[in-house]
Write a protein that binds this ligand. Sequence first.
Ligand SMILES: [Zn+2]
Length: 544
Amino acid sequence: MDYKVLYRKYRPDNFSSIIGQDYMVSILKNAIKNDKISHAYIFSGPRGTGKTSTAKVFAKAINCLNPTDDGPCNNCESCIHFKENADIIEIDAASNNGVDEIREIINNIKLAPAYSKYKVYIIDEVHMLSTSAFNALLLTLEEPPKHVVFILATTNIEAVPITILSRCQRFDFHKISINDIMKRLNFVIENEKIDIDSDALEEMAYISDGGMRDALSILDQLSSTSEKITINDVIEHFGSVSKKQVDDLYNLILENNVDNFDNIMKKFKECAIDYKVLIKKLLEKIELEALKSKKERDYQGLTYQDLKEMAFELADISNYINVSIDPYLLIEITLLKYFNKETNFTSRTNQNISREINEQENEIKETPKNVVNKNKEDTTKIISQEIISAKNSYEELIKIRVNNCFVNAKKEYLQKVKDMWQNLLKKIEDKSLLNLLIDCNVVTASDQIAVLTNVVDGTTNLINSRLNDIETLFNKEYNNLYKFIALTENEWNKEKQVYINNLKNKQVYHYIEEPKSEEVVTNNIDNIEKIAYDIFDKEKIEIE
Ligand SMILES: [Zn+2]
């Protein structure tokens, strides 16, 4: 059977069938039109982007007896015998270091072409030539005869000596866009009568990463194994991730559905999907969402700030993910941070509710005193406490616990609690709770209370709403009725400054009654700075 692999069968035979390199093609076409053929070209760019194909179309076109606007006519003697034309010499520098071939070029270069107008030397992967081969090539490039054209191609332009580059006209080939690849694939499947779902086609274009040859090879492989190619075929064969899977992942973050999120990540690991593709697709999804967050008035996803942070963190881990023991775990941990975040939707809802409550309050104020509905007033207060200012409801508790912690905060307690805390995190089974606590720092501790900080405002409220759970777990693990309180890093910095000022003014801290009053324990304040350092665990403190 005369079966030709698709990428050979659909190799461009004129300029218009070269995909995605319009700029380069137009310059080459003009050169032919104006009869300004240079004696040396270098085509650089990623693999599969059409360098060799373009070189061949160009070589054919400059030798064609009846060239058209689209390059070679493909009908004349020269075009028909192009493949066996002894004047077209192809050298693959990757398969040998090329010294012999280059010597042969030097020996024969002066001889006029046997059949054509030009002798064309196409040297593929030219950066692989040995130093002596490069030197020999350089000599020929310095003073080539008029009838010779060199077309050098490389995937690694940096490895080509500058002396060579300076004698060539340089063309940089780019990765082919997904749209261009899809257009070409569509042409091929129609021609070959291949049955394929449109999302499977898009995925193929995606996986081929800008290389037309890879795209056609993928199509070749799948069309020989299945009747109708579906997205699942592509994903299973190439360890890819579908757009839908990435969308699902993002939505689970918004829904705070940690369990399903964890399941998907486990599945990715089982199927050994390409984690680099996953990161790339996540970044694209984030870009899309970030744009939406700026464009759409009622955008309901994560805030722009969170999206930006997420993008930077994913880009950061992609630098060392290759050497990571478990890349999937690294991605999962990075994304877990964005659960329980305030979304644009929730913050807007809160704003709406607070507006409603304000309106209700105004209404109450405007109602004559004697008809004020007492119940309505109470309800309003409860709602406002719960929703508008979840923060305020913890404000008092924060003040009391931070104060009480300062009464006998010591570095030894801090170190001890830090260790216990780290150990506790490993034992927390409730993923939503773990997720809340994973980014927390223990910043100061007494023998009874520890202060936690988190950068994100909304998170500290959520942590404080679960203090009971945290304290119960701590007690279960260490048999210790310890208390915690969480505040944002900004709030903590303010508290810290107040503490330092108080130390300076020799003001002592007294227990404020929360559960029960206790005797005041004071520190002997001899060295303010030393005490402050001890308590804040080497954090830099400026004492005025
Ligand atoms: Zn021709």
